[in-house]
Design a protein around this ligand. Structure first.
Ligand SMILES: NC(=O)c1ccc[n+]([C@@H]2O[C@H](COP(=O)([O-])OP(=O)(O)OC[C@H]3O[C@@H](n4cnc5c(N)ncnc54)[C@H](O)[C@@H]3O)[C@@H](O)[C@H]2O)c1
Ligand SMILES: O=C[C@H](O)CS(=O)(=O)O
Length: 483
């Protein structure tokens, strides 16, 4: 890795302001999925290190919550500035450890930093309320106070932004934090800790435990000092963490799996719809929770849309994310490739037809050809499961009533998208879709100002916006009497 700022490449856990190895001395290798090269060796930590981090956070949080909001804000602002000054190096770390193209990795750094910038400002706007009391001798005061020590667990697909989307609001309101990044992508998390320390964040407020997810997660969910667990990842692991957290009645933030419908009505601007489908489906090689997972095209424009989309997909350059012009990197590992192959084979066995792609790329390793399948039906796995790869299954539909029923026929409810120019149709469909987020005439909806999150089995809570701040606050009602 050819970094300008070598200090960013950290390979130890970060606990109470110290860079430490695992108690056991055990380690994990970090590999570049585009080359299979080992790029770092990091500690394999467990419950004991997690306990020490929780205690460090508990002690640090008592002082941090008393710091004036403006001081917390200034330190977050400095962290934001340092991240943007180191954007190129941080982007290279992302591409090396998980494969996304450098252009997308640069975008993720700016996106992740935007949450720190946003919450640096929001830190100064945690307002309480007074409420007219039922009797003249009383006053009702409502305070908002930080939850305390929070623990975060994050996935590999956005190894920077999924962390800042949690840590920034938590620190802004006066919480102390632990993070457990995915074992595939610890380096981005450690680089964030390095820059937080340079920004002047006091020790103990941010702790990064690398290693055994079951042991670390087990301590985070069982330890009563941890008052909130915030998780981004698969719905299956989210269910498990929810169960484990119930013994100590923890607050939960869950950003889970998706199965996004992408709907094209026959009155849509087809070129705009194709552009939206390209970014919604093939961003991060289809490895985002809000990727279009099912594309529904009204029967009158089905063939025209399929033809236009295929022309764009065939232009996509697949390769090492560090190489010029590459817009599709490798999938995270061979397990991901096997899941994509299973979905493609299942669709073909049930009557689907390949329009383009459909198999492993000639580059080998975990590269897969950008794929479109047509004549897809609801009996196929691509209709019910999150593919998490560069495969666009095209379903046909008759009218709004038909497609709304198909789109809502899933246990997931994260993101959804549709293209239409008729305002009556726009309002009706947006109101009827059972999802936490709806993109209308766009395929890209994520930003720091908006409440990101899902309904049904896609999660609990919201991240980003003023709503994301509330997720790290407790309400306290103070009743003043004898006034
Ligand atoms: N809703 C969102 O914002 C969002 C964002 C990104 C990814 N995701 C979802 O995440 C999934 C892909 O990411 P993934 O494969 O890394 O998910 P994953 O659930 O396998 O892993 C996510 C994190 O959980 C940890 N983990 C795994 N098992 C654990 C356990 N038993 N105890 C504690 N921690 C454990 C992992 O180490 C990792 O840090 C997809 O389903 C995707 O939709 C959702
Ligand atoms: O996949 C997870 C991210 O939340 C996707 S996004 O960049 O926030 O849209």
């Amino acid at each position: 890795m050819n970094l300008t700022n070598k200090a960013l490449l950290r390979d130890k856990g970060y606990i109470d302001g110290a860079w430490v190895d695992a108690d056991s001395g055990e380690t994990l290798e970090v590999t570049n999925p585009a080359t299979d090269e080992v790029i770092a060796v990091v500690p394999k930590m467990g419950a004991a290190e997690t306990r020490r981090a929780i205690e460090a956070a508990r002690v640090a949080q008592k002082l941090w919550k008393r710091r004036p909001a403006k001081e917390r804000s200034n330190i977050l602002r400095k962290w934001f500035t340092l991240i943007m000054e180191n954007q190129e190096d941080l982007a290279q770390i992302i591409t090396d450890e998980m494969g996304k193209p450098l252009t997308e990795a640069r975008g993720e750094i700016a996106y992740g930093a935007s949450y720190i910038e946003w919450y640096a400002e929001e830190a100064k706007r945690v307002y309480g309320e007074t409420i007219p009391a039922p009797s003249d001798d009383k006053r009702i005061v409502v305070m908002k106070q930080p939850i305390g020590v929070i623990a975060s667990i994050t996935p590999w697909n956005f190894p920077n932004a999924m962390i800042t989307r949690k840590i920034a609001p938590a620190l802004a309101v006066g919480c102390a934090t632990l993070m457990k990044p995915a074992e595939q992508t610890p380096l981005s998390a450690l680089a964030l800790c390095e820059l937080a320390e340079q920004a002047g964040l006091p020790k103990g407020l941010i702790n990064c435990i690398i290693g055994d997810p079951v042991a670390i997660g087990g301590e985070m969910t069982a330890n009563d000092t941890v008052r909130k667990v915030t998780f981004t990842g698969s719905t299956g692991v989210g269910r498990l963490l929810m169960k484990q957290s119930s013994d100590t009645i923890k607050k939960l933030g869950l950003e889970l799996g998706g199965n996004a419908p992408f709907i094209v009505f026959d009155d849509a601007d087809l070129d705009a719809a194709v552009e939206g489908a390209m970014i919604s489906k093939y961003r991060n090689s289809g490895q985002t929770c809000v990727c279009a997972n099912r594309l529904y095209v009204q029967e009158g424009v089905y063939d025209a849309f399929a033809e236009k989309l295929a022309a764009k997909v065939r232009e996509l350059k697949v390769g090492n994310g560090l190489d010029d012009g590459v817009v599709q990197g490798p999938l995270i590992d061979m397990k991901a490739i096997e899941k994509v192959e299973d979905h493609v084979a299942d669709a073909l066995a049930k009557g689907g037809e390949i329009v383009c792609g459909g198999k492993r790329h000639a580059l080998g390793k975990s590269f897969f050809e950008p794929t479109i399948i047509k004549n897809v039906t609801k009996e196929m796995k691509v209709a019910r499961e999150e593919t998490f790869g560069p495969v666009a299954p095209l379903f046909k539909f008759k009218d709004a009533e038909d497609v709304i029923e198909q789109a809502n026929d899933t246990e997931f409810g994260l993101a959804s998208y549709f293209y239409s120019k008729d305002m009556s149709n726009v309002f009706r469909v947006a109101e009827e879709l059972e999802y936490g987020m709806v993109g209308v005439n766009t395929g890209l909806i994520s930003n720091e100002a908006a409440p990101f999150g899902g309904v049904k089995q896609s999660g609990l809570g919201r991240e980003g916006s003023k709503f994301g701040l509330d997720d790290y606050l407790e309400l306290k009602y103070v009743c003043l009497s004898e006034i």
